[in-house]
Write a protein that binds this ligand. Structure first.
Ligand code: DGL
Length: 269
């Protein structure tokens, strides 16, 4: 099947998932939708997230995708079941693969989770972790200031480091040996986070865990002679998306298109 893989996120952060997928499946075409007009999702209610996620999925499914990846942790936490009920193609979110990976690597069964207010409030990571291994203890912390720092391209800024130190100190005191980066934006801050937590705590990047899961579970072939084509759609500010894309992935994002919303997302003519 040569149809593309569809990925959506609330904005630019899901490019970390796009990057992990394109690296593990370089011959697959990918269509990415970033809801840059309505980001952030992390502070919005469950009902709103479900509505937004259904609209985003519907747009990608109209582009004939063969698999939908919900890159946004907040959407995965609140809307994955609704999406699976409403649409008839394979759909995967980031939470289960991140949780599974954490259980696999933890040695002392103490797992920390950072994410948006929505993701942490939903308890989605905890539920999956407890279901798979009831001996694991979880320690979670909403870290809402991190998304704006990444969106501002303040990745190496001293203020970002200071805020991270404040956020992470409780988790470090709980003696966690594994930390789940439960938000699409956080892998971008991996280096700073590592500086703070040191090498004893293992970081789980949900983007990478998800890419491994896709590779294991779907029969998509990689062919040396084919390079996947990438298309991007955003609901606002394609120029800013390109700039952040360059900063996050060091990649020139060429085919970035604007969509506007009427009864669904429509390509701008
Ligand atoms: N994409 C969101 C997530 O992974 C983070 C950004 C937002 O709050 O929209 O939860």
């Amino acid at each position: 099947m040569n149809n593309p893989i569809g990925i959506f996120d609330s904005g630019v952060g899901g490019l970390t998932v796009f990057d992990a997928i394109r690296r593990s499946l370089p011959s697959q075409d990918i269509i990415y939708f970033g809801d840059t007009a309505r980001v952030p999702y992390g502070s919005k209610s469950k009902n709103t997230i479900i509505q937004y996620s259904l609209q985003n999925a519907s747009f990608l499914i109209q582009q004939n995708i063969k698999l939908l990846i919900v890159a946004c942790n907040t959407s995965s936490a609140y809307a994955l079941d609704e999406l699976k009920k409403d649409f008839d193609i394979p759909i995967i979110g980031v939470i289960e693969s991140g949780a599974k990976k954490a259980i696999k690597v933890t040695k002392n069964n103490k797992i920390g989770i950072i994410g948006t207010e929505g993701t942490i409030k939903s308890g989605a990571y905890e539920k999956v972790i407890k279901k798979l291994n009831e001996n694991c203890s979880t320690f979670s912390k909403p870290t809402p200031l991190l998304v704006p720092f990444v969106e501002e391209d303040w990745i190496k800024h001293s203020v970002t480091k200071q805020v991270l130190e404040e956020y992470l100190k409780d988790l470090i005191n709980y003696d966690i040996d594994t930390l789940i980066l439960g938000c699409t934006h956080y892998p971008v801050l991996k280096d700073v986070i590592k500086e703070i937590i040191g090498s004893k705590i293992i970081l789980i990047d949900s983007a990478e865990s998800l890419a491994s899961e896709v590779l294991e579970n779907y029969p998509f072939k990689n062919s040396k002679n084919m390079k996947g084509k990438y298309q991007f759609f955003v609901s606002d500010n394609p120029e800013k998306f390109k700039i952040l894309g360059k900063s996050i992935l060091n990649l020139n994002l060429e085919d970035v298109n604007m969509v506007y919303f009427t009864e669904g997302w429509v390509k701008k003519i």
